[in-house]
Design a protein. Structure first.
Ligand code: ARG
Length: 277
């Protein structure tokens, strides 16, 4: 059953505003997820070129991109999705699980305060921002199992006054929710079922019976780490099957090369934080 099949023209893009952080100090010199191997070489210039391309693609689509100043000694800061959960004038800044990333929170607190967001708080419980918290219309999907603490769900629910649906991740390769599930539109998602517990799979099946399901191959190149504006879906180039599924549903997939950032366990979506102001 497919309720959204049709020509690309039927899909409406909504203009978005994103926050990104240039990978100036990007490196893989510690390992906090199975993708990160400090023994392998990384190329800072290639990471920067891929990041610049991603930013250019988002801008060409008409979106605006704000840039946060990177901080030396914080090589994962390029993954801006983790910095906060943002909605309206409210920003809940992350509390990272690993000490290697805790220093990033201060930069986000400063940034949101300087921009005049009226409610800027740091999460009390471990909460890795929109890496684990995905806004889908009037609900928030929340991943736990590896990073964000399930205890953080109540805190998020209270601050944003929206129902939070908890989903348990069970495969360490897909340690943040945004590596296993992408929100395409208010009521449409795509995901990789094997990344979730049986209970969570049942919840997703119930909420999104028509969802696009990713193959292991596409999930394995982080094809689900995608940025959608409701019409265009920017996703890793290598996720060919997902691109075809998206096209069938009337979306316009746009492939980007993010191989250098994948060495740290991140891709297109991890590099962007949507500012829903
Ligand atoms: N190396 C980073 C970490 O493990 C990658 C973060 C990826 N971000 C994301 N939103 N999935 O924390």
């Amino acid at each position: 059953m497919q309720s959204h099949a049709g020509q690309p023209g039927e899909r409406r893009a909504r203009i978005r505003q994103y926050l990104m952080c240039r990978p100036t100090y990007y490196d893989v010199n510690y390992s906090i997820n199975p993708w990160m191997n400090p023994e392998l070489p990384t190329s800072n210039s290639r990471a920067t070129a891929q990041w610049e391309r991603l930013r250019a693609v988002l801008r060409e689509l008409g979106h605006s991109v704000e840039v946060l100043e990177p901080v030396p000694g914080l090589p994962d800061m390029v993954f801006a999705a983790n910095g906060a959960i943002v909605r309206g004038d409210t920003a809940m800044v992350a509390r990272f699980r690993h000490p290697q990333r805790t220093g990033e929170s201060a930069a986000y607190l400063d940034w949101f305060e300087a921009r005049g967001y009226t409610e800027v708080v740091q999460a009390e419980c471990v909460n890795e921002g929109e890496g684990d918290y995905l806004q889908a219309g009037e609900r928030i999907l929340a991943g736990s199992g590896f990073r964000s603490d399930p205890e953080s769900h109540t805190e998020v629910e209270k601050l944003f006054q929206l129902p939070v649906v908890g989903l348990t991740l069970v495969n360490a390769q897909f340690y943040h929710l945004d590596t296993a599930l992408a929100v395409l539109d208010d009521d449409e998602v795509m995901y990789y079922p094997e990344a979730f517990s049986a209970e969570s799979r049942a919840v997703l099946q119930e909420l999104y019976p028509d969802a696009i399901l990713a193959t292991a191959a596409d999930a394995g190149v982080f094809g689900l780490n995608a940025v959608s504006d409701g019409r265009h879906v920017v996703l890793p180039q290598a996720a060919a099957d997902l691109a075809a599924r998206l096209r069938e549903r009337g979306f316009e997939p746009i492939g980007v090369e993010m191989t250098e950032l994948l060495k740290a366990g991140g891709s297109a979506k991890c590099c962007t934080l949507e500012l829903r102001r």
